[in-house]
Design a protein around this ligand. Structure first.
Ligand SMILES: Nc1ncnc2c1ncn2[C@@H]1O[C@H](COP(=O)(O)OP(=O)(O)OP(=O)(O)O)[C@@H](O)[C@H]1O
Ligand SMILES: [Mg+2]
Length: 291
């Protein structure tokens, strides 16, 4: 290592110490978006590998990471391979029984396993679970016309707390169940926000495929470094925040209102964005504040 590199490394490490202290023993909920996972083969693997390293490092310095993942693109891909035609009502995917079966197969059987596997290459840490396990996430139908698309009714974090107390990293697929055991597909951002609130997490971090929330949809330079809950409502009302960004900002708003200290939306395709957000003064992406 050259002298300049040596100094830089030492500087970076010492800068990280106060953050490591502050977050030791604290829960941080991280949602890994299906889109961040859905690059070309090589990129996809690289992004997942760097994400897994960050999660393992968080755990190694005493933080309690809880991982929630999405999988929209992966669901679309399998449906296409199976020759299923997606149906939409007002832009929302209709989830009939057959679609739900595919959604569950992909989220629980494929994406969840990939995230768990990537973390466990570093040691026996990650345990995958679905919201259906141990009464974790209770759901109800959002709208009959949409089929098995669910809203979160309740989160019982007992199973997650048990895993955390054993030093394990829960990796959550966002299928919920109603009291009768019927499964529902729930938006992963919504679930991440509800889990952060239920666990009184220190932080909620949503990793996606854009560098943050844009104040002008078409201008990548317009990413807001900070957004208040009031501003969020305005930006949704005027259409600036749309589609997949709506549940993200709403999840962040819900979490900070419930007492989560900070909530962030970052680009998960950027290697180690999570570490930079956690362990440096630098603010990446958009932070949502309760104002
Ligand atoms: N104001 C905005 N600023 C930035 N992105 C926006 C905005 N409004 C809408 N979007 C869209 O939101 C998308 C991110 O949400 P999306 O649901 O597609 O990804 P994800 O949640 O990371 O993945 P998944 O849903 O599979 O977990 C962006 O790619 C962008 O197209
Ligand atoms: Mg999404």
């Amino acid at each position: 290592m050259s002298a300049a590199n040596y100094e830089l490394t030492a500087e970076v490490l010492t800068e990280a110490i106060p953050f490591m202290r502050r977050f030791a023993g604290k829960v941080v909920v991280v949602k890994y978006g299906g889109n961040a996972l859905a690059g070309t083969e090589g990129e996809e693997e690289e992004a997942l590998r760097s994400f897994a390293e960050d999660v393992v490092l968080m755990r190694s310095v005493g933080m309690l990471p809880v991982v929630v993942h999405g999988g929209g693109p992966q669901i679309g891909e399998l449906m296409q391979r199976l020759g299923m035609t997606p149906r939409f009502v007002d832009g929302l995917r209709v989830t009939d029984a057959e679609t739900l079966e595919v959604v569950r197969m992909v989220l629980v059987g494929k994406v969840n396993r990939e995230v768990v596997g990537a973390i466990n290459r570093h040691g026996p840490l990650a345990v995958g679970l679905s919201g259906e396990d141990a009464g974790f996430i209770t759901a109800e139908a959002r709208d009959e016309a949409l089929g098995f698309v669910g809203d979160v009714v309740g989160v019982d974090p007992t199973i997650v707390r048990r895993l955390l107390s054993e030093g394990l990293v829960p990796v959550i697929a966002t299928i919920g169940a109603d009291v009768a055991g019927q499964a529902y597909n729930i938006n992963a951002d919504t679930v991440a926000g509800a889990i952060a609130a239920a666990l009184w997490a220190q932080k909620l971090v949503l990793l996606t495929d854009v560098s943050g929330v844009r104040r002008d949809r078409d201008d990548p330079g317009s990413v807001a470094s900070e957004l208040s809950v009031a501003e969020i409502d305005e930006l949704i009302a005027d259409g600036t925040i749309s589609e997949g960004m709506i549940p993200k900002v709403e999840a962040c708003a819900h979490a900070v209102r419930a007492g989560v200290s900070s909530a962030h939306i970052l680009d998960g395709r950027v290697a180690h964005a999570l570490l930079v957000e956690l362990f440096t003064e630098e603010g990446l992406g958009t932070m949502v504040v309760d104002r």
